[in-house]
Design a protein around this ligand. Structure first.
Ligand SMILES: [Zn+2]
Length: 236
């Protein structure tokens, strides 16, 4: 095989490497993992807000319930005093009854507040539970996607290694200067060498002047020619 034919083989391996690298960089699992991370970030922020609301309401509720317990304890004590027979002065009894009545009104007010707090707390708890479920679902999916991504990357890496080994074998006998020129030409669009097919360069797909094509075809198979249009090395 001539050096130029060999260079075409190198080109084929390089093109394959480019495609594999592109495939590796654009694996759908990578995009999905990125999406899921954004969703999980949003969910975490939303959960933080809802959790703070829930904690505020729960704290308020606890405060009210403690107040209620305290009042009920006090009422029980005053009731015991009232009915215990230890107080006989009518004015004192009246004062005691008034005090108990006042505390009972206060109990009623606090009970209303407790009910209202419970009503406000319920939808927040539902929301927190919903968000937590979504977070679990999304992080489970992320774990699956990341595992699949790791497998897909490893498979492509095996392919890339195999192509690199073949490429090294193909490039072994090619003169350094030719390989260097090819590498330089390949920086534009990934193709540095192309076959001359009839009058057409397969690199840029443009037709060359018949006289130039004739000249190239008459030259030896190892003589390096270039496409007039794109400058790529031509294999003829
Ligand atoms: Zn060309």
């Amino acid at each position: 095989m001539t050096d130029l034919e060999q260079l075409l083989t190198v080109q084929a391996h390089d093109t394959q490497t480019d495609q594999l690298r592109h495939k590796r960089a654009t694996l759908p699992e990578r995009a999905r993992a990125a999406e899921l991370k954004v969703v999980l970030g949003d969910l975490a922020r939303e959960l933080e807000v809802q959790d703070a609301t829930r904690a505020d309401l729960a704290r308020e509720l606890k405060k009210r319930e403690d107040e209620l317990a305290l009042l009920e304890e006090k009422i029980k004590k005053e009731d015991a005093t009232l009915y215990g027979g230890g107080v006989s002065n009518p004015r004192e009894l009246q004062a005691l009854q008034d005090e108990i009545a006042g505390m009972k009104r206060r109990v009623s007010t606090i009970e209303d507040a407790v009910l209202e707090l419970l009503e406000r707390l319920e939808p927040v708890e539902v929301e927190v539970a919903t968000l937590e479920t979504r977070r679990t679902e999304n992080s489970d999916e992320l774990a699956r996607v990341q595992a699949a991504l790791t497998v897909a990357e490893a498979e492509l890496d095996v392919e890339l290694d195999a192509v690199a080994a073949e490429r090294a074998r193909a490039a072994a006998g090619i003169p350094d200067a030719l390989l260097a020129e090819y590498t330089q030409l390949r920086t534009h669009g990934g193709v540095g060498v192309a076959r001359l097919s009839g009058n057409r360069c397969e690199g840029c797909h443009l037709t060359m002047a018949a006289a130039e094509v004739e000249r190239i075809k008459r030259s030896g198979p190892d003589e390096v020619a270039h496409c007039e249009e794109c400058g790529r090395i031509l294999v003829h």
